[in-house]
Design a protein around this ligand. Sequence first.
Ligand code: ATP
Ligand code: MG
Length: 570
Amino acid sequence: MSENTMPNNNENAPVDFIRAIVNEDIRSGKYKPEEIRTRFPPEPNGYLHIGHAKAICIDFGIAAEYGGKCYLRMDDTNPGKEDIEYVQAIEEDVRWLGFTWDGPTRYASDYFQQMYDYAVDMIKLGLAYVDEQSAEEIRQSRGSLTEPGQPSPWRDRSIEESLDLFERMRQGEFPNGSKVLRAKIDMNSPNVHMRDPVMYRILHMEHHRTGDQWCVYPMYDWAHGLEDSIEGITHSFCTLEFEIHRPLYEWFLEPLPVHKPRQIEFSRLNLTYTVMSKRKLLRLVEEGKVNGWDDPRMPTLCGLRRRGYTPESIRDFVQRLGITKFTGITEVEMLENCLREDLNINADRYMAVLDPLKVTITNYPERQVEWLEALNNPEKPELGSRKIPFSREIYIDRDDFREVPPRKYHRLSPGAEVRLRWAYFLTCHDVKHDEQGNVCELLCTYDPETRGGAAPDGRRVKGTIHWVEAGHAVSAEVRLYDRLFVCENPDDCEEGLDYMSNLNPDSLTLLKDCKLEPALLELPPESRVQFERVGYFCSDRHDHIPDKKAVYNRTVALRDSWAKIEKKHN
Ligand code: ATP
Ligand code: MG
């Protein structure tokens, strides 16, 4: 991993409990730092989301800090839901986030034969048996938290018989659901996951990588620990819901002559106004509630990317979250704030008028155009400046004019003087209305002495507004995005309804005829900019075509609602 893609770790931050465990394993001599092996193991059944970003930063970040290795492994043991499209998207998203995995992408399916062989060993050890009960019978006989389970009538069949049946399951002799391989553990265990869990099921189904080679597929608990073990993973990080599976993870590996990784659980990321499960996100896509997995309203990494999020801001966000075992909900404003902090420094500023109102400057010479100097980023003057055209006709935002100004309105109104950003002072003299009585044009004068925005007589104006010169203006489509859900917890809804009922009907506003300064047409797709006084925007990854068609997505508004929340909490 190169320097500039390293997560920005704060060296003074207290060590979290995971790093403390790894440190101890190094101190005790269990591993050398460079032997640390982690993995990020997504199931390729959907696109990665911001929750995965937390896991990715932990898995890759920790390995990198110790000089160890992190693998990317597709946990592709469920042929029905998985697809090569997802594999490619996952690879792209991990790279985009700034991480490089060691070696090729790995696949759980590459270990199917080894897993099968180990399962045979488990049968030989008397630790697994072929059960002929139906899925329903197995479920019923599992008992509950308060009641012990009932042993299967096939539990004590001979090792030879199980070996024979398991082999024939693999050969495809039996239909789906007719038999399973189960671990022989303890039907009375207080942990229901230890009550003879299923290790293999019969599934006559093509796998996206192994084709029709297999018709028995391993279950998660059996497969995952072996995947970790086969790859020599030292520390296997996962989210808290797997804590209760850990005894099983260890039970499976214990009798086998294999490397024993350590599973460590941390709390998953939850965000307000956001659903995070791939299954729920898939439904939004399938039912057309959003325009695909990378719709800028989606919490997927490709959606955030298309929205204009930077990988740096997401890594910074995860870093600030820290790693704990407490389950909580993080305010989405915290994520937005990390983004704003990044863009404030790193996004160049341009002028764009989203709701144009024409202004004619009556004392400006007709057919004259002059080119004024504008700083690209006042936070970083070293980034230089550009030239912007100015003439007799310009556009301003409709919202920057009031015929009858409210108190403390420092923008344009009849008789009032404002500063045009990077240009001149401007005074409004006359207002034109259309047949419906709406304001359709302003007639103004400028003060030629105020070029660059200061008056030689020292006279001051309170307001500065943005504008775009009409003759050179680029017409653009601008998409304003709002939260996808109307409430903090989208799953909190009335009886009989689900999260779909909490979708925000106004999460997308399409503006078709915005006016941009010409430079914005030339920028490549995925350029992140600030429209001065309006917000942060990003040229659309797919629809923006330089020199042809300008399409910008609103990434986040300038208004810092996070600061308000922070104030409230303090
Ligand atoms: P989902 O519930 O969204 O389908 P998953 O846990 O099934 O997610 P996997 O592809 O199995 O998704 O996840 C890969 C890794 O990402 C796992 O180690 C998982 O624990 C982690 N992960 C998934 N969601 C989150 C989250 N919200 N916060 C932190 N880590 C997560
Ligand atoms: Mg899952």
